[in-house]
Structures are given as structure tokens and as C-alpha cells.
Ligand binder design. Structure first.
Ligand code: ADP
Ligand code: MG
Length: 345
């Protein structure tokens, strides 16, 4: 079982940033509104992710670290319509097999006077003082697999990957505050944006977060995307019992001097993805706008009925498969076309 976990770890954990991504996924799944990431030596020595979510009950704590232990889906039917970031129950077990893990947690139910500290290696559980929420600490990543450790880049490069992993989450969740510390210094901070979902408030919140997360340069070049035009951005609506396909976000009208080729963020139901369908659709909408070899810049959010997209394609869930990729392609294309054609305000 240890071996299987290590093999799974190889698929899920390539570098410190992969651990950061999984732990932040878990924090968001637990309803956190504030997530603090602390790193040492590019995350190799320490990755600590603290959240103010609903915590893990003492009786569930030991199983949380076991393989295929997930509290998020109970049946195959649930897998069809998964709405949490995690569902495979693999991440913590995999990380435990390649690092020293401890979990500090306290539920938000208030009936407990203190929290609990679980040592992943010994399985020992002891009372500890803390507020509601969870902190997962991962030390000495790849300590048992020196070959893997050797493939890591400099601390600065690993840190940059860790920041990018958090940024990908942050751009999807303006209402959550994020902070990243490295070797005792605050290296990135995105404050929670108060989201007033009524009347386009979600777009305003997103604009604010994109300005914080990607910089004013991005947002100054960007136009709002919202498709279909009568939809309230960020809101989901049913048609005949099925969640309607929607696309929203911001698309940049690239400025040669300031655009960056890595300013291309795509999300499906809140999950950051690398997707050829969305990428191709966006590029084709830009064809008449972009002359030469400039890259489009965008942050696009696609939401659709969870039964129409398979997120269980790859352990890292960075790839998805649409049931009908044509409908998604058309929607993204129309959405970006309309945004780029609209007069700039
Ligand atoms: P998954 O997220 O796919 O369920 P994980 O291995 O990432 O699997 O986590 C296992 C379980 O541990 C989760 O299902 C959840 O119940 C619990 N858990 C992990 N991290 C947190 C957290 N930060 N807050 C609350 N519960 C957590
Ligand atoms: Mg998880």
C-alpha cells in the first residue's frame, strides 16, 4: 500500500507547487474565507497551509490521511456531478508517503474546547490550542526519494511555481483572501473582495481580484466577457433542470508592450484547467484582432452542468473532457467575439 501511495504521489506531486495546489483545494472545499500559505526553501523544507474552514472532526482525522478516504463523494452518482475541488481522496495519502505531514485542526462547531494535532507518521493524536480551521504542514518533501528531489529547481523557481499555484485559485475566488509567506517574508497577498452578486457585482469583484492578482496592466487592457448576454455573471441558472452553459470573465485587448504570453487563465466550474477546446476557441475569436504573433490575454470562466464535463481524466484534474466540446467551443468563441466587438468603455 505504501508503494501504491508512492506511485500515486508521483502522478500528483511533481514539485512543491503540486502540494500547495492540493492543500489549497482542500481549504477551499472546507469553506475557508482566508488561506495562508507558509513556505521554507521554496517549499521543499516546509509547506504549511492554514485555513479558517470547518475543520476535521477528531474521529475523522486519522482516515483523512488514508488512501481513497474522501468525505466529498459517497457514490458513483456523486462522481458524475462533483462540485468540490477534490473527490479522489488521494492527495493527503500521497503526500504522506513522500513527506512528513502533520495536521492541526479544530471544527467550527464550537463544542470542543481545543483542537487536535495529528502526526502523520506515528498516527499519534494530541490536543492542541487553535481556532477553528485546519493547518496542514508538509516537511522535507521527497526526503525518501532523493532522485526526485534532485530534479527540483532553485528555491526561487519553486517559490514562483508555488505562488502561481495559489494565484490560479485566487483568480477563481475573489471572495477568499490569500497570503503567501516565504522564509518569514510576505511575498504575495490578495485581500478578500466583498462580492455583491447582484447586478454584475461578481464582475466587479473579479475585476478587483484580477487587478490584484495579475496587475493593473492586465485589467487596463481587458474588456468584460459575459455570455449569454442576459446572464448574470457568476450565477448559475437551470434550463429544463440542466445547468446552463455560461462563459464570463475578462479578455484583454493585447498591448504589445505590456501583454504577457502567460496571461491565459481558463476555468471550468471554478477549477483551473489547461484545455485545448477553450484555448482554441479563444484564439480563433482573437484572429481578427491580433495581427502578428501576439498572444491573447484572458481570464475566462466557463460554467456548465457538472454531468456534461468529466474532471476525472487525470489525477491532477488539470485536464477535463467535455461531453459536447462543440457547444463549449461555440460558447467561448461567441463570448470572446462579443466582448472584443463591444465598444470599450
Ligand atoms: P479529497 O480532497 O479528494 O477528498 P484529500 O486527500 O485531499 O482528498 O483529503 C482527504 C479528506 O481530508 C477530505 O475529503 C476532507 O474530508 C479532509 N480534509 C483535508 N484537508 C482539509 C481541510 N483543510 N479542511 C477540512 N477537511 C479537510
Ligand atoms: Mg483534496
Amino acid at each position: 500500500d505504501e508503494l501504491i501511495s508512492q506511485i500515486a504521489a508521483g502522478e500528483v506531486v511533481e514539485r512543491p507547487a503540486s502540494v500547495v495546489r492540493e492543500l489549497v483545494d482542500n481549504a477551499l472545499d472546507a469553506g475557508a474565507t482566508q488561506v495562508t500559505v507558509r513556505l521554507q526553501a521554496g517549499g521543499v523544507r516546509l509547506i504549511s497551509v492554514e485555513d479558517n474552514g470547518w475543520g476535521i472532526h477528531r474521529t475523522e482525522l486519522p482516515t483523512a490521511l488514508k488512501r481513497h478516504a474522501t468525505s466529498k463523494i459517497a457514490s458513483l452518482g456523486d462522481l458524475e456531478s462533483v462540485h468540490t475541488m477534490g473527490f479522489r481522496g488521494e492527495a493527503l495519502a500521497a503526500i504522506c508517503s513522500i513527506a512528513e505531514v502533520s495536521v492541526l485542526t479544530r471544527t467550527d462547531s464550537g463544542d470542543e474546547a481545543h483542537g487536535w494535532l495529528l502526526d502523520g507518521r506515528s498516527g499519534e493524536l494530541q490536543p492542541t490550542a487553535r481556532g477553528p480551521g485546519t493547518t496542514v504542514e508538509v516537511r522535507e518533501l521527497f526526503f525518501a526519494t532523493p532522485a526526485r528531489r534532485k530534479f527540483l529547481k532553485t528555491d526561487a523557481t519553486e517559490l514562483a511555481h508555488c505562488i502561481e499555484a495559489v494565484r490560479r485559485h485566487a483568480l477563481a475566488r475573489p471572495e477568499v483572501g490569500f497570503a503567501i509567506w516565504h522564509d518569514g517574508k510576505l511575498v504575495a497577498q490578495w485581500r478578500a473582495v466583498a462580492a455583491d452578486l447582484a447586478g454584475g457585482g461578481a464582475l466587479d469583484a473579479l475585476r478587483q481580484r484580477l487587478a490584484d492578482g495579475l496587475g493593473e496592466d492586465f485589467i487596463e487592457q481587458a474588456v468584460a466577457v459575459n455570455w449569454p448576454a442576459d446572464a448574470v455573471p457568476g450565477e448559475t441558472a437551470l434550463a429544463d433542470g440542466v445547468q446552463r452553459l455560461r462563459v464570463w470573465g475578462f479578455a484583454g485587448v493585447p498591448d504589445a508592450a505590456r501583454s504577457r504570453s502567460d496571461w491565459q487563465y481558463a476555468y471550468v466550474n471554478g477549477r483551473f484547467v489547461r484545455d485545448k477546446v477553450i484555448g482554441h476557441a479563444a484564439r480563433s475569436a482573437y484572429e481578427d484582432v491580433l495581427h502578428g504573433h501576439r498572444q491573447p490575454v484572458y481570464a475566462l470562466y466557463v460554467s456548465l452542468d457538472p454531468t456534461r464535463v468529466d474532471v476525472n481524466v487525470h489525477p491532477t484534474k488539470i485536464e477535463v473532457r467535455f461531453r459536447d466540446s462543440r457547444e463549449v467551443h461555440q460558447a467561448v468563441r461567441h463570448a470572446v467575439d462579443a466582448a472584443l466587438a463591444a465598444p470599450r468603455s
